[in-house]
Design a protein around this ligand. Structure first.
Ligand code: KIV
Length: 273
């Protein structure tokens, strides 16, 4: 067993052990450059199906494929040494049957992911159990599930009535019982985020949920100000990289047009033998 790589990533049991001890920090990434920078600051990196929107400009998350998520996963794995890498199962890659889910989850594990994430409540419990029993750690995802955008009729906050809240709590409990090691709570009423976090033994990862969740995740482009003006209410902008990029590119263009770049230090001399 001495040939195992030297890379010591955060493991799934370590993420689970964070519950009640310390907060879990997570971000998304889909490319080498970003993953390399964020690696040391986060506990896990998600190759989200939001890659469809932020990397490909698609209108929703529904058409990204397992091959595309696989390629992005491989790039993120190559860039990182510390964070646990979780890959999202795209729409249509797991809903058909548990066997289909296993085949596609194994594709992502083959690209270097440690775990997969999938959306859905009670209806997905059997699939979660199937994957976990066969060695694939699963992060569940309930509340606002972007893959259900057509069913929901938009990206609407969930669990805002007592009945809806009770249903989402029951779904989270079913997914925990099926063996999910963590669960993303997206776009749910704050009180529900707190209730689910208290009710479950596995960590909850909030995105538009509650500060009481065991961890938080954001789409990196959203929090860095790289995804345009319109972002969901739950996004906090920690930087405005769009502004920085625009002024840097403008500066570069001006210098090129004025023959001020490249300067002597950017040029090669002739080697005299
Ligand atoms: O696809 C994604 O980026 C996600 C996170 C926002 C949780 O699912």
């Amino acid at each position: 067993m001495s040939s195992h790589s030297e890379i010591k990533r955060v493991t799934v049991p370590q993420l689970v052990a964070c519950k009640g001890q310390r907060k879990i920090v997570a971000l998304t990434a889909h490319n080498y450059s970003t993953a390399r920078i964020i690696d040391e600051y986060v506990d896990f990196i998600l190759i989200g199906d939001s890659t469809a929107m932020v990397a490909y400009g698609l209108p929703d998350t529904l058409t990204i494929t397992i091959e595309q998520i696989g390629q992005h996963t491989a790039a993120v794995v190559r860039a990182t040494q510390h964070a646990c890498v979780v890959a999202d199962m795209p729409f249509g890659s797991y809903q058909e049957s548990a066997a289909q889910a296993f085949r596609n989850a194994a594709h992502l594990i083959g690209k270097g992911a440690t775990a997969v994430k999938l959306e859905g409540g009670v209806v997905m419990a059997e699939t979660v159990r199937y994957l976990v029993e066969r060695g694939i750690p699963v992060m569940a995802h309930v509340g606002l599930m972007p893959q259900y955008v057509n069913t929901m009729g938009g990206y609407l906050a969930q669990g805002r009535s007592p009945e809806a809240a009770a249903r989402i709590l029951a779904e989270a409990e079913a997914l925990e019982q099926a063996g999910a090691f963590a669960i993303v709570l997206e776009g749910v009423a704050e009180a529900l985020g707190e209730t689910i976090t208290a009710a479950l033994a596995i960590p909850t990862i909030g995105i538009g949920a509650s500060v009481k969740c065991d961890g938080q995740i954001l789409v990196t482009e959203d929090m860095l100000g790289l995804s345009g003006e319109r972002v969901p209410k739950f996004v906090k902008r920690y930087a405005n990289l769009e502004e920085m990029m625009r002024s840097s590119v403008q500066h570069y263009a001006e210098e090129v047009r004025a023959s001020q770049f490249p300067e002597p230090q950017h040029c090669f001399g002739i080697k005299r033998t």
